[in-house]
Design a protein around this ligand. Structure first.
Ligand code: SF4
Length: 219
């Protein structure tokens, strides 16, 4: 876990955009992307967040968020749970009545996060190369208002994810999202498999890639 100053976090970027993923896709949202990740997924599209960033105090981050005049905040990365001061940021945002989303890669204990926030957790599939890094106890920690996301690169990944979903009865417990790794698996193929198998999951497209296909940052 990264240790920042008493009240600071290493921040890669802060921007306002449209939430591109999850069941909240389409809503305006301020994104706080924190620096650093403990994984190296094969399809990672935020490699620039591994190292780049500046130190900002929790108060400075909140002040910048307030400047966007938007009550939805998504804390993402990298892997945001690596920085212990993320909890201070979340708690301060809660006192200001923000709706808070945290995107996490599934390799760290999600129960360290406080209640009353939306946890969007990845389950890393085999083709990500990071499957063995998962904290599998997280599947038992999921709540009804959380979201669990599988990013699939192949039919093999799909078959694997289908087994996990059925084995753990995930659709009965939480929101289940299936998305395709950009450029590796066609959404049309994924949609066909979901329908054929009568799988009770939600297909998600990355809206930000459809709206801004030429932008790789700040969306
Ligand atoms: S967990 Fe996310 S940020 Fe980290 S390597 Fe994987 S895709 Fe990239």
């Amino acid at each position: 876990m990264t240790t920042n100053g008493l009240n600071s976090l290493r921040v890669n970027e802060i921007f306002k955009s449209i939430q591109g993923e999850s069941t909240y896709a389409g809503i305006p949202c301020v994104f706080v992307r924190l620096t650093g990740c403990n994984l190296r997924c094969s399809y990672c599209d935020t490699t620039y967040a591994y190292e780049e960033g500046i130190d900002m105090s929790v108060n400075e981050i909140v002040k910048e968020i307030e400047g966007y005049d938007c009550k939805n905040v998504c804390i993402t990365g990298g892997e945001p749970l690596l920085q212990k001061n993320v909890y201070k940021l979340i708690n301060l945002l809660k006192t200001k009545s923000y709706k808070i989303f945290v995107e996490t890669n599934g390799a760290l204990n999600i129960n360290l996060l406080p209640g009353n926030i939306i946890r969007i957790m990845d389950v890393k599939c085999p083709d990500s190369g990071m499957n063995k890094e998962m904290d599998w106890r997280n599947l038992e920690r999921l709540r009804g208002d959380d979201e669990v996301k599988f990013v699939l690169s192949s039919k093999k990944d799909y078959e694997w994810a289908k087994r996990i979903v059925r084995k753990h009865n995930l659709p009965d417990k939480t929101n289940v999202l299936f998305g395709s790794a950009y450029g590796k698996l066609k959404p049309k193929s994924l949609a066909g498999w979901i329908l054929k198998d009568r799988l009770n999951v939600r297909l998600q497209l990355q809206l930000q890639r459809i709206i801004w296909p030429d932008k790789t940052r700040g969306v």
